[in-house]
Design a protein around this ligand. Structure first.
Ligand code: NAP
Ligand code: MG
Length: 482
């Protein structure tokens, strides 16, 4: 228990206007959907309905792709990079100006703590637009190949864990490189994408450059299957990523897939242990563990394992779990009932397979979807909780004796998205980073993101990179490429 009670510090909900219902954003206008069944998006912390959202049918997706094609051929691909950059700077500044509104809306629709949407999601979304605005007129100097040119119309499908930030990762590089987009946000978190549509209008972005179609898997599939799409950018589960790869096999569509992960956070006995414990908390309890690159497998050197686990449990007892709109909250709500059920099923499998389960025992609100910060010890590599992505506030602890064993265990997963190394030896950090089959390796820190740094996976974590100069490669063709 914390030594004293915190007074409530609620963020105001009054800073956002949520409409009772939303249309689709096609050709610069909000239009009614044709035929689909509208659905409701809820606040997962209270189960309150926030708004009714349209389901885009295949016909609506077709209209969006046509609008994107027209905008591409008539306006966006002809505009100079410097002019495209001006629109991106404008969008970046509006995101900053409307940051509080975006953060509150994200927290209401997603359930993440307001301090995270305010300090991480929204500032990073703005940073992605600023960063790519700078590239728009310099693509010829980015070592992408001779004569970099846009691909055309890009279909983008994103998940619910970082709704606005994933939109920014997708939209900013696509537009900077001269492409137009049709984007589908996740079914449970469409609201910040719809506010972003309004921001595109405010920035006077030419109609059709950004189109936003809401819906569930079928709408995403309609984007994937549409013959007018030149490239697909997908972030989501490995299962859906594989389906997409199958659907587009044999077509000319290019794709980048950012999929799941089972990141290893590796703590050596010479690491500063309290700092490592903070890194473990950031690694797996940030955003309720709904993070593809979460440090969900904690690998601790055997001689300090008991001590690290003892300190970790003590620290988890001080995490404040509850109302995401409270500025003191550390861990918010699980995004949906379906995700809560998945977490519960996997943690039950962990117990059934013989791992030791511990949770922080904190009180949970009565309404909404919640899960206590949970630690599993006595975990074997074969356990499902060591192999499968739980995507929740649950860490599985394994031990190792030598650096070689740490590498072998860390790499023993079908995924390869992220890893963390905690040690005071620089040479060991470099050696480990070289051995780990992971797209990102953090050293003495975890879950740090920056638009200048490429992000992406090995193996079943997907292919292609987002961010940095490498991220631009996915949005251009070069040389004699048609
Ligand atoms: P998901 O089920 O794969 O959904 C991702 C997106 O794809 C959603 O917009 C979803 O729509 C849509 N979709 C579902 N079925 C589809 C289909 N057949 N064709 C086209 N689109 C389809 O994943 P999720 O459960 O929402 O997200 C969690 C997963 O994303 C985790 O595995 C996580 O690791 C991964 N992730 C990866 C990264 C990364 O950068 N590597 C980042 C964040 C998350 P609806 O949700 O509306 O049904
Ligand atoms: Mg929601």
């Amino acid at each position: 228990m914390p030594p004293f009670e915190y007074a409530p510090a609620p963020e105001s909900r009054a800073v956002v206007d949520i409409a009772s219902s939303y249309g689709l954003f096609i050709g610069g206008e909000f239009v009614a959907a044709t035929g689909g069944t509208p659905f409701k998006t809820v606040n997962p912390a209270t189960e309150e309905v926030l708004a009714e959202v349209s389901e885009a049918s295949a016909d609506d997706v077709d209209a969006a792709v046509r609008a994107a094609r027209t905008a591409y051929t008539r306006v966006w691909s002809r505009m100079s990079g410097a002019d495209r950059g001006k629109y991106l700077y404008r969008i970046a500044r509006i995101i900053q100006e409307r940051a509080r509104e975006l953060a509150v809306l994200e927290t209401l629709d997603n359930g993440k703590p307001i301090k995270e949407s305010r300090d991480v999601d929204v500032p990073l979304a703005a940073a992605h637009f600023f960063y790519h605005a700078g590239w728009a007129d310099k693509l010829g100097y980015a070592s992408l190949g001779a004569d970099p040119r846009p691909l055309g119309v890009v279909g983008q499908v994103i998940p619910w864990n970082f709704p606005l930030l994933m939109l920014a990762w997708k939209v900013a590089p696509a537009l900077a490189c001269g492409n137009t987009v049709v984007l589908k946000p996740a079914e449970t978190t469409p609201l910040t994408a719809l506010l972003f549509a309004e921001i595109c209008r405010q920035a006077e972005l030419p109609p059709g450059v950004v189109n936003i179609v809401t819906g569930a898997g079928a709408t995403g599939q309609a984007i994937v299957d549409h013959p007018g799409i030149d490239k697909l950018a997908f972030t989501g589960s490995t299962a859906v990523g594989k389906m997409i790869a199958r659907s587009i096999a044999g077509t000319r569509k290019k794709a980048t897939l950012e999929l799941g992960g089972k990141g290893a956070n590796i703590v050596f006995d010479d690491a500063p242990l309290d700092q490592a414990v903070e890194g473990i908390v950031t690694g797996i309890f940030f955003n309720q563990g709904h993070v593809c690159c979460a440090g969900s497998r904690l690998l601790v050197q055997e001689n300090v394992a008991d001590e690290v686990v003892r300190r970790l449990k003590r620290r988890l007892g001080t995490l404040r779990v509850g109302d995401p709109m409270d500025k003191n909250t550390d861990v918010g709500a699980i995004n949906s009932k379906a995700q809560l059920d998945r977490i519960a099923a996997l943690t039950e499998a962990g117990e059934a397979e013989g791992a030791q389960r511990w949770d922080s025992g904190c009180e949970l609100p009565t309404a909404g979807y919640w899960f206590r910060p949970t630690v599993f010890t006595d975990v074997a590599q074969s356990h499902r909780i060591a192999q499968e992505e739980i995507f929740g506030p649950v860490v599985s602890v394994l031990t190792f004796r030598t650096p070689g064993e740490a590498v072998a265990k860390a790499n023993n997963t079908p995924y390869g998205l992220s890893a963390g190394v905690w040690t005071e030896k620089g040479s060991r950090i470099l050696w480990m980073a070289d051995q780990l089959r992971a797209g990102v390796v953090w050293a003495n820190t975890f879950n740090k993101f920056d638009p200048t740094s490429p992000f992406g996976g090995y193996k079943e974590s997907g292919y292609g990179r987002e961010g940095g100069r490498h991220g631009l490669e996915a949005y251009v063709k070069t040389g004699s490429e048609q």
